[in-house]
Design a protein around this ligand. Structure first.
Ligand code: ZN
Length: 159
């Protein structure tokens, strides 16, 4: 396994549409493993392949330690409710904003064995699914943030 470099806002790789994964190859499995190590190293709750410079529809979400969702070719198939919470991104350091997200989403994706599964998440898990899947279409959380925190607000809220 290897810790990969997380690209930052301004790198055009973050603005591209990612291609679907056609087959689970050893390279894809290696990428999933490396992305997990990178996510843990960065103390994040999610990471999408374009954030490590790979334009494939792959993302990881791990909101609760050890409860990892490997999302290959993920699609949001149901949305319900609404939440406005604070969000940040490993590719947009030192910035946070309030986003407009569904309270509950159901995602259909493939796992590393090539099996299709669905998962429903609420709250933070729903936000993380939306955030990571947005990355696969070149969208960053700040694009749709209803409010980006000012430096003063960051001091108050983040410390
Ligand atoms: Zn992000």
């Amino acid at each position: 396994m290897a810790i990969l470099n997380i690209v930052k806002e301004g790198d055009e790789v973050l603005r591209k549409i990612c291609r679907p994964v056609e087959a689970i190859t050893p390279r894809i499995l290696q990428l999933l493993d490396d992305m997990l190590e990178t996510l843990h190293d960065a103390n994040g709750v999610g990471l999408a392949a374009p954030q490590v410079g790979v334009l494939r529809r792959i993302a990881l979400v791990e909101v609760v330690d050890g409860q990892l969702y490997e999302l290959i070719n993920p699609e949001i198939i149901e949305r319900e409710g609404k939440q406005n919470e604070l969000e940040g991104c490993l590719s947009v350091p030192e910035q946070w904003g309030i986003t407009d997200r569904p309270m509950k989403v159901t995602v259909r994706a493939m796992n590393r064995n090539g099996e299709t599964y669905t998962v429903t998440g609420t709250g933070l898990l729903a936000r993380a699914f939306c955030h990571e899947i947005d990355h696969l279409d070149g969208v960053l959380f700040k694009d749709n943030a209803v409010h980006m925190l000012t430096p003063e607000e960051i001091k108050e809220n983040i410390g």
